[in-house]
Design a protein around this ligand. Structure first.
Ligand code: ATP
Ligand code: MG
Length: 324
């Protein structure tokens, strides 16, 4: 694996009326070149906040934004905003934001919207940008006739391809997709996932795919990171994660995925995630964990396991064997 993105101890906290919400709270993450990392986690676990932290798209009420982010050997967190905006944001890292397909400008032709990153961030001429837009449309399966259409003239699936084109048009090294298919029917979801697979194969792009949908993401995924209450609790090869999840939360999550040929009903995870404003001092999952023991009142570090896995759980402390 050739590393592309290395994230260490990333924090993004928000100021709120009730106190500081620790939406991203000490995240370590690695994405290799030409690799797809799928980020799973229940609603409110901080997935979109993590994506925005990497893209430096921050709201006004940031209380803390810190850590290290290396992209292809360049440290990004120390970079001033101007350099980050001109050199990194939308150029080397781009993003399809959650619900982006519904955020297209209704009065601007989609071709012009897709050309915008090239015009604004690269200073390309209109003609050159349009030529590239048509190429990118072809890549994502949108015919050139659509360039002059308005968003309302497009189906949901086509609009999603358009926002994908917008993220790809600058040929970034890393594309972050925040639930790109959650509003689409299953066939459209599958065809979008196929587009992503082809781009990965043909262009060597790396992806961070945020999703709730374990099944549709499993074909693209090389690695999986599972988020819980602002932290990554497990990071493993996709196959290992799907077949032998290591963290108790990962196990429960995989048991909760409905399967076609299964007699028992899928499991569910009782309880609620902790408040991000005042999370417990120990393991954040302990309250809901069927395997908690005394040690869990202390915050577990990420233990490195064979096969390039990192698991934030005391059950995997070196020298102990709690498996069963
Ligand atoms: P979902 O699956 O529902 O999209 P998520 O995992 O993407 O959830 P985030 O949107 O990152 O979660 O939110 C994480 C936490 O931070 C939530 O508790 C959310 O309410 C809170 N949050 C998000 N944005 C802000 C903000 N600008 N100010 C204050 N709190 C915020
Ligand atoms: Mg989100």
């Amino acid at each position: 694996r050739e590393p592309l993105l290395q994230v260490r101890n990333l924090q993004l906290h928000y100021r709120t009326r009730r106190g500081t919400a620790r939406a991203v709270d000490g995240v370590d993450l690695d994405v290799g070149r030409n690799e797809a990392l799928v980020v799973l986690g229940e609603s409110g676990s901080g997935k979109s906040s993590l994506a925005k932290a990497l893209m430096r798209l921050l709201p006004r009420n940031v209380a803390r934004y810190s850590g290290q982010v290396m992209l292809g050997g360049d440290e990004l967190m120390g970079m001033d905003d101007e350099r980050f905006r001109s050199g990194v944001q939308w150029n080397r890292i781009s993003m399809v934001m959650q619900a982006a397909m519904n955020a297209l400008n209704p009065v601007v032709r989609v071709g012009e919207q897709v050309a915008e990153p090239l015009r604004v961030h690269r200073g390309w001429s209109k003609e050159a940008a349009m030529e590239r837009v048509v190429e990118t449309f072809a890549t994502v399966g949108v015919s050139r006739d659509f360039v002059t259409r308005y968003p309302f003239e497009l189906s949901g699936g086509m609009r999603q391809r358009v926002v994908l084109a917008m993220a790809l048009v600058t040929e970034p090294e890393l594309v972050i997709l925040d639930e790109p298919t959650s509003a689409l029917d299953v066939l459209t979801q599958a065809s979008i996932m196929n587009v992503l697979k082809r781009i990965k194969r043909e262009q060597g792009t790396s992806f961070i795919l945020i999703t709730h949908d374990v099944a549709t993401s499993s074909e693209l995924a090389d690695r999986v990171a599972l988020m819980y209450a602002g932290q990554i609790v497990e990071q493993s090869d996709a196959r290992d994660f799907f077949h032998h999840p290591a963290h108790p939360y990962s196990k429960l999550l995989m048991d909760s995925v409905p399967r076609l040929h299964q007699s028992e009903p899928p499991g569910y995870i009782p309880g609620e995630p902790p408040d991000l404003i005042d999370p417990p001092a120990g393991c954040r999952f302990a309250d809901r964990c069927p395997r908690r023991f005394g040690r869990c009142s202390e915050d577990p570090p990420a233990f490195e396991l064979d096969g390039d896995r990192r698991v934030r759980c005391w059950l995997h402390e070196e020298g102990t064997d709690h498996d069963g």
